[in-house]
Ligand binder design. Structure first.
Ligand code: SF4
Length: 292
């Protein structure tokens, strides 16, 4: 849940989730619809799907035990290098680091060398003895990430009080590397077409091919092209929405209709649907509701 998401946002979701699913076994008996409904609003829904798939895999093929090697861990759905290392360290106290943005920044500053010039796996392997001079590897892994977040921060690191400043090349150098990276955003224009009816319902489909929300409930959505014909659709409004590294410029259109294409289903605009509705679509609900 914490990948790309702030702790304060995650807390209520985490509490609800762990109250409902107390064991891996109970999670594995759930289904995508239920899990996504609980995840509603948290975004990055692939995490929820992977978590469910991972629990099923652990129940069916691993006798409910988390594998103990990097290679085996990385076979699990949604588990890449970062998560596998975090699990090895945190669960099994193995001497390893989960190399996230914070950890990369600490190493990069300490060596005063750009991140793209460092092979982090090799660097950690080479310095294993010095780095893991402790029995508390799990806490060391956690502390390393926190150190990057709280001391060697992206902006204005606390160098003067830092316990590494005597040997840190960044601190000593007159030619310090730049390490503050701005998230690169991509601009995209979309036209969204909403079928609505007098019962305050909107037609949604899971057949949309929009990559960042594939297989989710959406109205008709198309990449905007200049001069494309909107025919019987009425313009409602233009608004912005950001998803991950995408900055979306949206033109919203609507039409009252009782007939909808076969792959669409009616949903209430009052947001009390049983089924999972992503935040992106809920925002559309709010815009369209102003018509009533
Ligand atoms: S001295 Fe400054 S740059 Fe070096 S590790 Fe500490 S906080 Fe980071």
């Amino acid at each position: 849940m914490l990948q790309q998401t702030q702790v304060k946002t995650v807390i209520p979701y985490f509490k609800k989730f762990t109250k409902k699913f107390k064991t891996l076994n109970s999670l594995s008996k759930s289904n995508q619809r239920e899990i996504l409904k609980m995840w509603e609003g948290l975004g990055y829904y692939r995490r929820a799907r992977n978590l469910l798939a991972c629990s099923i895999e652990l129940v069916n093929n691993y006798n409910l035990k988390l594998p103990k090697t990097l290679k085996e861990l990385k076979k699990l759905p949604g588990v890449g290098n970062y998560t596998a290392n975090a699990l090895l360290g945190l669960v099994y106290n193995k001497p390893t680091l989960a190399v996230d943005g914070n950890v990369k920044r600490v190493f990069s500053r300490y060596l005063n060398k750009s991140e793209n010039k460092i092979n982090f796996d090799k660097l950690i392997e080479k310095n294993k003895k010095k780095l893991f001079n402790t029995n508390r590897n799990a806490e060391f892994l956690e502390a390393f990430m926190e150190f990057g977040a709280l001391v060697c921060k992206p902006k204005d690191p606390n160098c003067h009080t830092c316990c590494l400043n005597k040997t840190c090349k960044y601190f000593k150098s007159n030619n310090k590397i730049k390490s503050f990276r701005k998230k690169m955003m991509k601009n995209k224009d979309y036209d969204i077409f909403c079928y609505i009816n007098k019962n305050r319902q909107i037609a949604l489909t899971k057949n949309s091919q929009i990559s960042f929300l594939k297989d989710f409930n959406l109205p008709k959505i198309k990449e905007a092209k200049n001069f494309s014909k909107k025919q019987s659709w009425k313009f409602l409004k233009n608004y912005k929405n950001s998803i991950s590294n995408l900055k979306l410029n949206i033109n919203l259109y609507y039409k009252f209709s009782n007939k909808i294409p076969s792959m669409y289903k009616w949903y209430s605009l009052r947001e009390n649907n049983e089924e999972f509705i992503p935040s992106f679509t809920k925002k559309i609900f709010r815009q369209v509701s102003t018509l009533f």
